[in-house]
Design a protein around this ligand. Structure first.
Ligand code: SAM
Ligand code: DTB
Ligand code: SF4
Length: 345
């Protein structure tokens, strides 16, 4: 065992002592037969030789999905900037000086025009994002109309609006919402280094409300924020050990934006990003794993490795929320070069 392994072993035993995985295992065993993953087992996956890890991920991928099919979602920021939260990665927080221009909630017609364009260029899901800590009832009502109308166009609907209060998930379900995106972002142990204005438990509570309202869960995180490999494994363990893992798991590479506290963080080794995708695929065999933020600066060869490692969803269209994404045409060409078919086409 080398020095890194010794340090990782110490870090894992500290985490597993704090989290007390033994009791979680007993509860889970009573509730669901799904496989449970310890952080140590996930770290072992991360540490496999690269080819062995990718091979294992490919096997799991092929057992569960058509390996040449990728789901495509287009994002729209329906309310931009001026957010009260302090998420250290986010250009939309009112606390940081960034180039993002604040914009009130968009009008229905503008949103529908964007959804129509997304559908025409080949997206099958339309995801509406708002820079809110949590929607107020007067904010939620116009969003319910948007969900209804986007759904009526024949697109799958997704929204990410912050924390949901009692009853709000049910209203979204009623309006026709198919997916709600709410990320855990990172491991519990690193979370406090990134965000102070809402707790990990707040996030888990919102995810529980979404599940109970029978809306599909879209939940993942961000890597490349300066977390350790054990902490990346800790995030994956949280997701994979949910009583039902999320249907959709976005793995974002930190997009560094000037003015945010995380700007200037040391860049992550691209192979570590691919490893994270592979580990997500192995531990969440039936979930769609989304290669999310970070593609604009990612070599196409690395993106191809992500698809081989089990990524089967992307954000498509030239903008994420406030930052750039590859041009749709470039993605279409990449799909053609790799023989990938977008889902629903
Ligand atoms: N305000 C809502 C919330 O935070 O729940 C919804 C929108 S928020 C922008 C959605 C997610 O985008 C965050 O949870 C985070 O995972 C991701 N995100 C935000 N800024 C990012 C960045 N600079 N790089 C990568 N992912 C980012
Ligand atoms: C997710 O996991 N990634 C998307 C979506 N869910 C909402 C957002 C990425 C945001 C990247 C920074 C920006 O464009 O503002
Ligand atoms: Fe606000 Fe969401 Fe950005 Fe956090 S991630 S600052 S909650 S918009």
């Amino acid at each position: 065992m080398n020095l890194t392994n010794i340090n990782e072993t110490k870090e894992i035993s500290m985490i597993e002592a704090v989290v007390d995985t033994s009791s979680i295992k007993k509860v889970a065993a009573a509730e669901a037969p799904a496989a449970r993953w310890s952080v140590a087992e996930i770290v072992e996956l991360f540490e496999l030789p690269f080819s062995d890890l990718i091979y294992r991920a490919q096997i799991v991928h092929r057992e569960n999905f058509d390996p040449n099919q990728v789901q495509v979602s287009t994002l729209l920021s329906i309310k931009t900037g001026g957010c009260s939260e302090d998420c250290g990665y986010c250009p939309q927080s009112a606390r940081y000086q960034t180039e993002v221009e604040n914009q009130d909630l968009m009008q229905l017609e503008e949103v529908l025009a964007a959804a129509r364009a997304a559908k025409e260029s080949g997206a099958s899901r339309f995801c509406m994002g708002a820079a809110w800590r949590s929607p107020k009832q007067r904010d939620l009502e116009p969003v319910l109309r948007m969900v209804q109308e986007v759904k009526a166009m024949g697109l799958e609907t997704c929204a990410t609006l912050g924390m949901l209060k009692e009853g709000q998930a049910e209203q979204l379900k009623e309006a026709g919402l198919d997916y709600y995106n709410h990320n855990l972002d990172t491991a519990p142990e690193f979370y406090g280094d990134v965000i102070s204005t809402r707790t990990y438990q707040d996030r888990l509570d919102t995810l529980e409300r979404v599940r109970e309202a029978d809306i599909n869960v879209c939940c993942g995180g961000i890597i490349g924020m300066g977390e350790s490999r054990v902490q990346r494994a800790g995030l994956i363990a949280q997701l994979a050990n949910m009583s039902r893992p999320p249907e959709s798991v976005p793995i974002n590479l930190l997009t560094q934006v000037e003015g945010t506290p995380l700007h200037g963080t040391e860049a992550l080794d691209p192979f570590e990003f691919v490893r994270t995708i592979a580990v997500a695929r192995i531990t969440m065999p039936a979930s769609h794993v989304r290669l999310s933020a970070g593609r604009q600066s990612m070599h196409e060869g690395i993106q191809a490795l992500c698809f081989i490692a089990g990524a089967n969803s992307i954000f498509y269209g030239e903008k994420l929320l406030t930052t750039g994404n590859p041009e749709a045409e470039a993605d279409q060409q990449l799909f053609a070069r790799l023989g990938i078919k977008p889902e629903g086409h």
